[in-house]
Design a protein around this ligand. Structure first.
Ligand code: SF4
Length: 354
Protein backbone atom coordinates (compact mmCIF):
# COMPACT_ATOMS: atom_id res chain seq x y z
CA UNK A 1 0.00 0.00 0.00
CA UNK A 2 1.20 3.48 -0.80
CA UNK A 3 2.43 5.41 2.22
CA UNK A 4 0.99 8.84 2.84
CA UNK A 5 3.29 11.83 3.13
CA UNK A 6 2.15 12.33 6.73
CA UNK A 7 3.62 8.95 7.58
CA UNK A 8 6.88 9.79 5.86
CA UNK A 9 7.56 12.86 7.88
CA UNK A 10 9.60 11.31 10.66
CA UNK A 11 12.41 8.90 9.97
CA UNK A 12 12.09 5.98 12.44
CA UNK A 13 15.84 5.34 12.16
CA UNK A 14 16.78 8.91 12.91
CA UNK A 15 14.52 10.33 15.65
CA UNK A 16 13.86 14.05 15.68
CA UNK A 17 15.87 16.36 17.87
CA UNK A 18 13.82 17.82 20.70
CA UNK A 19 13.60 21.54 21.30
CA UNK A 20 14.62 22.90 24.71
CA UNK A 21 11.36 24.25 26.17
CA UNK A 22 10.26 25.25 22.67
CA UNK A 23 13.60 26.87 21.78
CA UNK A 24 14.96 25.51 18.50
CA UNK A 25 17.85 27.75 17.68
CA UNK A 26 20.20 30.01 19.59
CA UNK A 27 22.73 31.89 17.50
CA UNK A 28 25.19 33.40 19.92
CA UNK A 29 27.86 36.03 19.05
CA UNK A 30 28.49 34.43 15.66
CA UNK A 31 31.51 35.70 13.75
CA UNK A 32 32.38 34.90 10.14
CA UNK A 33 35.11 36.33 7.98
CA UNK A 34 36.14 35.86 4.37
CA UNK A 35 39.87 35.98 3.70
CA UNK A 36 40.22 37.47 0.26
CA UNK A 37 43.06 38.97 -1.78
CA UNK A 38 41.65 42.41 -0.99
CA UNK A 39 41.77 41.78 2.74
CA UNK A 40 39.67 40.17 5.44
CA UNK A 41 35.95 40.86 5.00
CA UNK A 42 34.26 40.77 8.40
CA UNK A 43 30.95 39.35 7.25
CA UNK A 44 29.45 38.66 10.69
CA UNK A 45 30.58 40.51 13.79
CA UNK A 46 28.82 38.95 16.75
CA UNK A 47 25.33 38.06 15.56
CA UNK A 48 22.91 36.76 18.21
CA UNK A 49 19.25 35.77 17.97
CA UNK A 50 16.95 32.91 18.86
CA UNK A 51 14.09 31.04 17.23
CA UNK A 52 11.27 29.12 18.91
CA UNK A 53 8.94 26.45 17.56
CA UNK A 54 6.23 27.93 15.36
CA UNK A 55 7.89 31.33 15.31
CA UNK A 56 8.76 33.44 12.27
CA UNK A 57 11.83 35.63 12.42
CA UNK A 58 12.47 38.00 9.54
CA UNK A 59 16.12 38.93 9.02
CA UNK A 60 16.29 42.16 7.15
CA UNK A 61 18.94 44.36 5.58
CA UNK A 62 20.52 45.54 2.35
CA UNK A 63 22.79 43.32 0.24
CA UNK A 64 26.04 42.61 2.02
CA UNK A 65 24.61 43.10 5.51
CA UNK A 66 25.31 39.46 6.40
CA UNK A 67 21.81 37.94 6.13
CA UNK A 68 22.69 35.18 3.70
CA UNK A 69 26.01 34.45 5.41
CA UNK A 70 24.07 33.93 8.65
CA UNK A 71 21.82 31.42 6.86
CA UNK A 72 24.78 29.66 5.28
CA UNK A 73 26.54 29.41 8.65
CA UNK A 74 23.45 27.81 10.22
CA UNK A 75 23.18 25.39 7.30
CA UNK A 76 26.92 24.65 7.41
CA UNK A 77 27.47 25.52 3.76
CA UNK A 78 30.02 28.33 3.97
CA UNK A 79 32.85 27.64 1.52
CA UNK A 80 36.04 27.24 3.55
CA UNK A 81 38.30 28.80 2.40
CA UNK A 82 37.68 31.68 1.87
CA UNK A 83 34.97 31.75 4.60
CA UNK A 84 35.79 30.94 8.23
CA UNK A 85 33.60 30.86 11.32
CA UNK A 86 35.89 32.55 13.80
CA UNK A 87 33.72 32.74 16.89
CA UNK A 88 30.37 32.17 18.53
CA UNK A 89 27.97 29.27 18.74
CA UNK A 90 24.96 27.97 16.84
CA UNK A 91 22.95 25.86 19.27
CA UNK A 92 20.29 23.70 17.68
CA UNK A 93 18.05 22.08 20.31
CA UNK A 94 20.73 22.92 22.87
CA UNK A 95 23.72 21.45 20.98
CA UNK A 96 26.41 23.65 19.47
CA UNK A 97 26.30 22.32 15.91
CA UNK A 98 29.54 24.10 15.04
CA UNK A 99 31.28 21.43 17.10
CA UNK A 100 29.77 18.52 15.15
CA UNK A 101 31.57 16.59 12.41
CA UNK A 102 30.71 17.23 8.77
CA UNK A 103 28.92 13.89 8.67
CA UNK A 104 26.75 14.86 11.67
CA UNK A 105 26.02 18.24 10.09
CA UNK A 106 24.95 16.53 6.87
CA UNK A 107 22.39 14.50 8.82
CA UNK A 108 20.91 17.71 10.23
CA UNK A 109 20.70 19.46 6.85
CA UNK A 110 17.33 18.59 5.34
CA UNK A 111 15.60 16.57 8.08
CA UNK A 112 16.21 19.13 10.86
CA UNK A 113 17.19 22.43 9.25
CA UNK A 114 16.34 23.09 5.64
CA UNK A 115 16.64 26.01 3.26
CA UNK A 116 14.87 27.55 0.30
CA UNK A 117 17.31 29.36 -1.92
CA UNK A 118 16.88 32.67 -3.70
CA UNK A 119 17.18 31.39 -7.22
CA UNK A 120 15.11 28.26 -7.78
CA UNK A 121 16.34 27.82 -11.36
CA UNK A 122 19.95 27.41 -10.31
CA UNK A 123 19.10 25.50 -7.12
CA UNK A 124 17.11 22.84 -9.00
CA UNK A 125 18.97 20.37 -11.20
CA UNK A 126 18.03 21.24 -14.81
CA UNK A 127 18.55 17.73 -16.17
CA UNK A 128 16.21 15.81 -13.85
CA UNK A 129 12.41 15.97 -13.75
CA UNK A 130 11.11 17.83 -10.70
CA UNK A 131 9.16 14.82 -9.42
CA UNK A 132 12.32 12.75 -9.46
CA UNK A 133 14.21 15.46 -7.56
CA UNK A 134 11.62 15.57 -4.77
CA UNK A 135 11.24 11.78 -4.72
CA UNK A 136 15.01 11.46 -4.31
CA UNK A 137 14.70 13.09 -0.86
CA UNK A 138 12.32 10.31 0.21
CA UNK A 139 14.44 7.60 -1.35
CA UNK A 140 17.68 8.83 0.17
CA UNK A 141 16.51 9.79 3.64
CA UNK A 142 13.48 7.57 4.17
CA UNK A 143 14.50 4.52 2.15
CA UNK A 144 11.29 4.44 0.11
CA UNK A 145 10.92 2.48 -3.11
CA UNK A 146 10.57 4.40 -6.36
CA UNK A 147 6.80 4.21 -6.60
CA UNK A 148 6.13 5.33 -3.00
CA UNK A 149 8.72 8.10 -3.31
CA UNK A 150 7.07 9.38 -6.50
CA UNK A 151 3.69 9.26 -4.80
CA UNK A 152 5.12 11.27 -1.89
CA UNK A 153 6.52 13.78 -4.41
CA UNK A 154 3.10 14.12 -6.08
CA UNK A 155 1.40 14.74 -2.73
CA UNK A 156 3.92 17.41 -1.84
CA UNK A 157 3.53 19.09 -5.23
CA UNK A 158 -0.21 19.12 -4.65
CA UNK A 159 0.32 20.57 -1.18
CA UNK A 160 2.32 23.47 -2.57
CA UNK A 161 -0.47 23.99 -5.10
CA UNK A 162 1.19 22.97 -8.35
CA UNK A 163 -1.75 22.54 -10.76
CA UNK A 164 -2.03 19.06 -12.31
CA UNK A 165 0.81 17.95 -10.06
CA UNK A 166 0.68 14.23 -10.92
CA UNK A 167 0.82 14.89 -14.64
CA UNK A 168 3.78 17.21 -14.17
CA UNK A 169 6.02 14.91 -12.13
CA UNK A 170 8.09 14.29 -15.24
CA UNK A 171 8.39 17.94 -16.27
CA UNK A 172 11.78 19.69 -16.05
CA UNK A 173 12.46 22.88 -14.04
CA UNK A 174 12.60 25.10 -17.15
CA UNK A 175 9.03 24.05 -18.03
CA UNK A 176 7.66 25.85 -14.94
CA UNK A 177 7.14 29.56 -14.31
CA UNK A 178 9.30 31.33 -11.69
CA UNK A 179 6.54 31.13 -9.09
CA UNK A 180 5.92 27.43 -9.72
CA UNK A 181 9.67 26.68 -9.51
CA UNK A 182 9.76 28.43 -6.15
CA UNK A 183 6.87 26.21 -5.01
CA UNK A 184 8.86 23.15 -6.10
CA UNK A 185 11.84 24.42 -4.08
CA UNK A 186 9.54 24.78 -1.10
CA UNK A 187 8.25 21.23 -1.60
CA UNK A 188 11.84 19.93 -1.59
CA UNK A 189 12.74 21.99 1.46
CA UNK A 190 9.82 20.70 3.55
CA UNK A 191 9.92 17.12 2.23
CA UNK A 192 11.69 15.82 5.32
CA UNK A 193 9.61 17.91 7.71
CA UNK A 194 12.39 20.11 9.09
CA UNK A 195 12.01 21.82 12.46
CA UNK A 196 13.68 24.96 11.09
CA UNK A 197 13.13 26.34 7.60
CA UNK A 198 15.30 29.15 6.29
CA UNK A 199 13.94 31.02 3.28
CA UNK A 200 16.59 33.23 1.68
CA UNK A 201 14.86 35.94 -0.38
CA UNK A 202 12.25 33.40 -1.53
CA UNK A 203 10.28 35.90 -3.59
CA UNK A 204 12.91 38.27 -4.97
CA UNK A 205 12.52 37.44 -8.66
CA UNK A 206 8.72 37.22 -8.59
CA UNK A 207 5.98 39.73 -9.30
CA UNK A 208 4.05 41.11 -6.34
CA UNK A 209 0.98 38.88 -6.71
CA UNK A 210 3.08 35.73 -6.84
CA UNK A 211 5.22 37.08 -3.96
CA UNK A 212 2.11 37.35 -1.81
CA UNK A 213 0.98 33.81 -2.77
CA UNK A 214 4.38 32.33 -1.89
CA UNK A 215 4.51 34.17 1.43
CA UNK A 216 1.02 32.95 2.27
CA UNK A 217 1.97 29.40 1.38
CA UNK A 218 5.08 29.55 3.56
CA UNK A 219 3.05 30.85 6.48
CA UNK A 220 0.41 28.13 6.04
CA UNK A 221 3.04 25.40 5.91
CA UNK A 222 4.79 26.82 8.92
CA UNK A 223 1.62 26.84 10.99
CA UNK A 224 0.63 23.38 9.79
CA UNK A 225 4.02 21.88 10.66
CA UNK A 226 4.94 24.11 13.65
CA UNK A 227 8.25 24.95 12.02
CA UNK A 228 10.51 27.76 13.10
CA UNK A 229 10.81 29.96 10.02
CA UNK A 230 13.66 32.35 9.26
CA UNK A 231 12.77 34.69 6.42
CA UNK A 232 15.68 36.55 4.92
CA UNK A 233 14.81 39.58 2.87
CA UNK A 234 15.84 43.10 1.93
CA UNK A 235 12.19 44.06 1.59
CA UNK A 236 10.31 45.11 4.73
CA UNK A 237 7.09 45.12 2.71
CA UNK A 238 6.96 41.35 2.14
CA UNK A 239 7.36 40.27 5.77
CA UNK A 240 4.96 42.60 7.57
CA UNK A 241 2.08 40.10 7.51
CA UNK A 242 4.00 36.94 8.27
CA UNK A 243 6.82 37.71 10.73
CA UNK A 244 6.52 37.59 14.53
CA UNK A 245 9.80 39.37 15.14
CA UNK A 246 12.43 41.11 13.08
CA UNK A 247 16.20 41.35 13.26
CA UNK A 248 17.66 44.19 11.20
CA UNK A 249 21.25 43.67 10.03
CA UNK A 250 23.84 46.19 8.96
CA UNK A 251 27.53 45.52 8.20
CA UNK A 252 27.47 42.07 9.78
CA UNK A 253 25.69 43.05 13.00
CA UNK A 254 22.12 43.03 14.20
CA UNK A 255 21.36 46.68 14.86
CA UNK A 256 17.75 46.30 15.96
CA UNK A 257 15.60 43.44 17.15
CA UNK A 258 11.92 43.80 17.99
CA UNK A 259 8.45 42.34 17.64
CA UNK A 260 7.07 43.11 14.22
CA UNK A 261 4.34 45.58 15.22
CA UNK A 262 6.67 47.56 17.49
CA UNK A 263 9.33 47.81 14.84
CA UNK A 264 6.95 48.88 12.09
CA UNK A 265 5.12 51.27 14.39
CA UNK A 266 8.17 52.97 15.80
CA UNK A 267 11.68 51.92 14.81
CA UNK A 268 14.42 52.27 17.42
CA UNK A 269 17.41 52.51 15.09
CA UNK A 270 18.06 55.12 12.37
CA UNK A 271 18.86 52.42 9.81
CA UNK A 272 15.48 50.73 10.39
CA UNK A 273 13.85 54.13 10.13
CA UNK A 274 15.50 54.64 6.74
CA UNK A 275 14.44 51.20 5.50
CA UNK A 276 10.84 51.84 6.53
CA UNK A 277 10.78 55.22 4.84
CA UNK A 278 11.90 53.64 1.58
CA UNK A 279 8.79 51.41 1.33
CA UNK A 280 6.24 52.77 -1.18
CA UNK A 281 2.95 53.74 0.53
CA UNK A 282 -0.49 54.11 -0.99
CA UNK A 283 -1.17 57.30 0.98
CA UNK A 284 1.93 58.97 -0.45
CA UNK A 285 1.17 58.77 -4.16
CA UNK A 286 3.26 61.05 -6.36
CA UNK A 287 5.84 61.71 -3.63
CA UNK A 288 9.46 60.77 -4.09
CA UNK A 289 10.56 57.79 -2.02
CA UNK A 290 13.09 58.58 0.70
CA UNK A 291 16.16 56.39 0.15
CA UNK A 292 18.98 55.99 2.68
CA UNK A 293 21.86 58.06 1.33
CA UNK A 294 25.12 56.34 0.41
CA UNK A 295 25.95 52.66 0.19
CA UNK A 296 26.61 49.88 2.70
CA UNK A 297 30.31 49.74 3.65
CA UNK A 298 32.95 47.53 2.12
CA UNK A 299 33.31 44.79 4.73
CA UNK A 300 37.10 44.87 4.47
CA UNK A 301 36.98 48.52 5.57
CA UNK A 302 34.12 48.96 8.01
CA UNK A 303 34.04 52.59 9.27
CA UNK A 304 35.32 53.27 12.77
CA UNK A 305 32.76 53.89 15.47
CA UNK A 306 29.24 53.02 14.40
CA UNK A 307 29.38 51.35 10.96
CA UNK A 308 26.28 53.29 9.90
CA UNK A 309 27.68 56.73 10.80
CA UNK A 310 28.54 57.94 7.23
CA UNK A 311 24.87 57.42 6.25
CA UNK A 312 23.15 58.36 9.47
CA UNK A 313 21.09 61.54 9.77
CA UNK A 314 21.73 61.70 13.52
CA UNK A 315 25.48 60.93 13.60
CA UNK A 316 27.51 62.87 16.16
CA UNK A 317 31.18 62.81 17.13
CA UNK A 318 30.70 59.88 19.50
CA UNK A 319 29.29 57.84 16.60
CA UNK A 320 32.50 58.34 14.60
CA UNK A 321 34.71 57.50 17.58
CA UNK A 322 33.02 54.73 19.56
CA UNK A 323 31.06 51.74 18.31
CA UNK A 324 27.68 51.56 20.05
CA UNK A 325 27.40 48.81 22.65
CA UNK A 326 25.90 45.47 21.61
CA UNK A 327 22.12 45.40 21.31
CA UNK A 328 20.70 46.84 24.49
CA UNK A 329 17.18 46.68 25.77
CA UNK A 330 15.19 49.81 25.04
CA UNK A 331 11.71 48.45 25.69
CA UNK A 332 9.68 45.27 25.97
CA UNK A 333 11.34 42.73 23.62
CA UNK A 334 13.08 45.68 21.94
CA UNK A 335 16.81 45.98 21.40
CA UNK A 336 18.87 48.54 19.52
CA UNK A 337 22.56 49.12 18.90
CA UNK A 338 22.56 52.91 18.65
CA UNK A 339 24.06 55.49 21.01
CA UNK A 340 20.84 57.49 20.74
CA UNK A 341 18.26 54.72 20.52
CA UNK A 342 15.95 56.20 23.15
CA UNK A 343 15.75 59.58 21.43
CA UNK A 344 15.29 57.92 18.01
CA UNK A 345 12.40 55.97 19.52
CA UNK A 346 10.83 59.03 21.12
CA UNK A 347 11.28 61.13 17.99
CA UNK A 348 13.58 63.56 19.80
CA UNK A 349 16.84 62.66 18.03
CA UNK A 350 18.52 65.72 16.53
CA UNK A 351 19.33 65.62 12.83
CA UNK A 352 22.93 66.49 12.01
CA UNK A 353 22.76 66.03 8.24
CA UNK A 354 20.99 69.27 7.34
FE1 SF4 B 1 23.43 56.88 13.85
FE2 SF4 B 1 25.12 57.26 15.84
FE3 SF4 B 1 23.04 55.66 16.17
FE4 SF4 B 1 25.05 54.92 14.63
S1 SF4 B 1 25.13 55.25 16.82
S2 SF4 B 1 22.92 54.73 14.17
S3 SF4 B 1 25.63 56.84 13.70
S4 SF4 B 1 23.00 57.87 15.79
Amino acid sequence: MTQQVEELRVDPHNPRWQSVDGRLLDVDRLQVEFRTRDGVAKALNGVSFSLDEGETLAVLGESGSGKSVTAQAIMGIIDTPPGFITGGEIRYCGTDILKLSEDQRRRIRGPEISMIFQDALSALNPVYPVGWQIAEMFRKHRGLNKSDAMDGAAQLMERVQIPAARQRLKAFPHQFSGGMRQRIMIAMAIALDPAVLIADEPTTALDVTVQAQIMRLLKELQEERKMGLILITHDLGVVADVADKIAVMYAGRIVERADVFDLYGNPGHPYTQGLLESIPRLDQKGQQLAAIKGLPPNLTRIPAGCAFNPRCRYAQDICRADPPPELREIGHHRYSACHFAESVLSGEAVRTDA
